[in-house]
Design a protein around this ligand. Structure first.
Ligand code: MN
Length: 275
């Protein structure tokens, strides 16, 4: 078995977004603008309400999907397509913006820990203007599989023929993995797919040590083999089939050409984004 080596290790950039929510931008920063088909990955996490209380008031999106995985805490989502959902500890919100939604993501708590991830998954050119859709995935619908030395939660894609509830519009998988100390984890990967790991507790060893709060981008061929040392670890493991299409970004809109991004701004200003 050929195993994948680490191509690059990246430290996220501390920033803020929305109405002033503190977060770490792991993908979508000057060091790593994207990792096809992934456009952005944010980690938010704080016990201080000042870091999250103002939330993300109404804002638009077009051309991709946002996948929010809430490890701890509660956020309420409302959008212009009439969808509303409460995101609570361990649940996932899968929002396909398609041709356009205007939504808000606001905390439903005024104290305590809020922690989670938001991932932006690009839509292929032929689906960018699809009808928006929205799916709330409660914790109970996410398969939690006991593996030797740990637990794997399958959010999207599959592990050992067990399928996750997420319904991406392009090839991808999203797993949340917990490993005990001195454990080993192997998983077959599809050659050519982009795969990354973000460690949020402890550290792991691939061919290099990947410390807490580091993103490891893997090379494009081979399977995955990693291990923990004298401490347990938690990490998300995400992979996707590259779209290999031109990407034009303009804030909350991600299209294939600059012209299409300008059209999105114009549609938004004229109240036509979600029409
Ligand atoms: Mn949003």
């Amino acid at each position: 078995m050929k195993t994948r080596k680490v191509a690059k290790i990246i430290k996220g950039l501390k920033t803020s977004d929305g109405a002033g929510v503190s977060l770490t931008r792991i993908i979508g920063n000057p060091e790593l603008s994207m990792l096809d088909p992934f456009l952005l990955l944010d980690e938010f996490g704080s016990e201080n309400p000042d870091d999250y209380i103002l939330g993300f008031p109404p804002h638009p999106h077009r051309g991709f999907e946002t996948i929010t995985y809430m490890l701890d805490g509660k956020f309420r989502h409302q959008d212009s397509a009439g969808n509303e959902g409460l995101l609570s500890d361990g649940s996932v919100q899968w929002m396909t913006a398609g041709r356009g939604v205007i939504h808000s993501e606001m905390p439903e708590q005024s104290h305590g820990l809020v922690r989670g991830f938001q991932l932006w998954l690009n839509l292929p050119k032929k689906l960018k203007m699809m009808k928006p859709s929205y799916c709330d995935i409660p914790k109970s619908e996410i398969p939690q599989i006991d593996i030797f030395g740990g637990i794997i939660k399958v959010i999207a894609g599959q592990y050992n023929n067990i399928k996750g509830p997420g319904k991406p519009h392009t090839g991808m998988f999203y797993h949340d993995i917990m490993l005990d100390k001195n454990a080993t984890f192997n998983m077959p990967l599809i050659d050519g797919w982009n795969v990354f790991i973000y460690v949020y507790e402890g550290s792991i060893m691939i061919d290099k040590l990947v410390a807490k709060k580091r993103l490891a981008i893997l090379k494009r061929t081979g399977d995955l083999k990693l291990s923990t040392q004298n401490k347990s670890a938690k990490f998300i493991l995400i992979g996707g089939e590259p779209l290999n299409e031109p990407v034009a970004r303009g804030g909350p809109f991600v299209m294939n050409t600059k012209q299409e991004v300008l059209q999105a701004f114009s549609d938004y200003q004229n109240g036509l984004l979600d029409k």
